[in-house]
Design a protein around this ligand. Structure first.
Ligand SMILES: O=C(O)COP(=O)(O)O
Length: 232
């Protein structure tokens, strides 16, 4: 137990919580669609597909462009090659139009200095997550990174959280999830954790308040600000 902070472990979502990634994801999707001879999708539409991992987002984009079904795209023999091509575009775009949200770096550093264990828990696949973290020099900020393909299941399955609680020897009531979507809220609830959310992120076009988080905070720095609910 860490007397300096009400939580011993904080798990963070990535896209829309720590880093604004949607603009360059949209660029990479549209690079791919154009190459295939399809019309581009709007940045807002692509933003609303964020949440279940980059492969799912690409499948949604292809299905919309071709007026087909997501499952038909998933089963298509050409999908592996399209995904590989998308990957090249995305890795090239990484860092071009993404940016850390306010106070992210300082807050992560301060929490770490206070002895809080920090985990990044994203549905984004490992190769893309690593590229984004590298582009923003954020790879050393976390004690563990759990991506959409790290385990056999991803958010909202609680297995990732449970694995971190076990690894760091932390009880659920001493851990907090910080995210931006109903998927994050469901993940936290499935593991019995408190969950705070940022309203500026990506929640599939829905207001995040509707998923009933414990707190809505304006910026990540609120994790450090004294609040009546917190015993600093
Ligand atoms: O890649 C996605 O679709 C979601 O990523 P996130 O879990 O960091 O929001």
């Amino acid at each position: 137990m860490n007397p300096a902070h009400p939580y011993d472990l904080i798990l963070f979502d990535l896209d829309g919580t720590l880093i604004e990634t949607a603009p360059e994801i949209a660029d990479a999707v549209n690079d791919t669609l154009r190459e295939l001879g399809h019309a581009p999708a709007s940045e807002q539409q692509i933003t609303d597909w964020i949440g279940h991992g980059t492969r799912e987002l690409l499948l949604q984009a292809l299905a919309q462009a071709k007026q087909s079904a997501v499952e038909a795209e998933r089963q298509s023999s050409g999908f592996a090659a399209i995904e590989a091509r998308f990957g090249q575009h995305y890795l090239q775009r990484c860092g071009s139009r993404s940016q850390l949200y306010p106070q992210v770096r300082q807050t992560l550093d301060a929490l770490r200095a206070a002895g809080v264990r920090l985990v990044l828990m994203t549905n984004k696949e490992t190769r893309y997550t690593e590229a984004v973290l590298q582009a923003h020099q954020l790879h050393a900020a976390f004690d563990r990174v759990v991506c959409g393909d790290t385990l056999a299941v991803k958010k909202p399955n609680p297995a990732g959280i449970q694995s971190c609680l076990e690894q760091f020897g932390v009880a659920p009531e001493r851990a907090l999830f910080v995210g931006d979507s109903s998927i994050d809220v469901a993940t936290a609830r499935n593991a019995g954790l408190a969950v705070w959310v940022l309203p500026y992120g990506y929640n599939m076009g829905q207001p995040i308040e509707a998923s009933a988080p414990d707190r809505v905070i304006d910026h990540i720095g609120a994790l450090l600000a004294p609040a009546p609910a917190l015993q600093f």
